[in-house]
Design a protein around this ligand. Structure first.
Ligand code: SF4
Ligand code: SF4
Length: 188
């Protein structure tokens, strides 16, 4: 059984938002709401400034609070680790929005259902493609693949680099990890 994992290498990210735009195009996300964004945070004192770029999206928790609280079964997990939403079962109670520690969910003003990143599973990954964000990233800052495939790129990165997980102390076991920025995004 495949288990999908994504890693955002913050050292390679240039904050171009191509991932966010590609996601919107691929998934027809209306203006004003996002499944994926990259946030920029500047630190240091001029001229020694550094910008950290962090990805904000669903982190595909293994133990998902959104699934636990959903009263209708609209929020559910696939065996491959991806959490999805069945729009037909969603009653827009917003319990999942409150339960998500990553602020990853929003009300889609078109569908009137709750929406979030799906790793593009229904529309791309199930056909053997990579998620739209991964496919357009100009610096290969996003690495995606099957953790159960020993030869996958994602496994090589996990074996060779220090990958951290957002709010790991909560015990939700995210499947979206990041490599902390140590040198990228500097203005010199
Ligand atoms: S497309 Fe790649 S480099 Fe651009 S913001 Fe997204 S992750 Fe960063
Ligand atoms: S808003 Fe929809 S997906 Fe979220 S908890 Fe309620 S029924 Fe489930």
């Amino acid at each position: 059984m495949k288990k999908f994992v994504m890693i955002h290498d913050e050292n390679l990210c240039i904050g171009c938002q191509a991932c966010s735009v590609a996601c919107k195009n691929e998934n027809q996300i209306p203006s004003g709401v996002f499944r994926v964004q990259v946030h920029a945070k500047m630190k240091g004192v001029f001229p020694n400034l550094q910008t950290d770029f962090t990805r904000a999206s669903c982190v595909m928790c293994e133990d998902s609070p959104c699934v636990s609280v959903c009263p209708t079964g609209a929020s559910f997990k696939l065996a491959n680790g991806i959490t999805l939403i069945d729009e037909n079962l969603c009653v827009s109670c917003k319990y999942c929005i409150l339960a998500c520690p990553y602020n990853a969910r929003f009300l889609n003003p078109i569908t009137k259902a709750i929406d979030k990143c799906t790793f593009c599973y229904p529309n791309r990954v199930s056909d053997g493609l990579t998620p739209a964000c991964v496919s357009v990233c100009p610096t290969d800052a996003l690495i995606f693949g099957d953790i159960n495939d020993n030869n996958s790129e994602v496994n090589k990165v996990l074996a060779s680099k220090s990958v951290e997980y957002p709010k790991a102390h909560l015990g939700t076991k995210p499947k979206l990890g990041f490599i902390k920025n140590t040198k990228g995004g500097r203005y010199e």
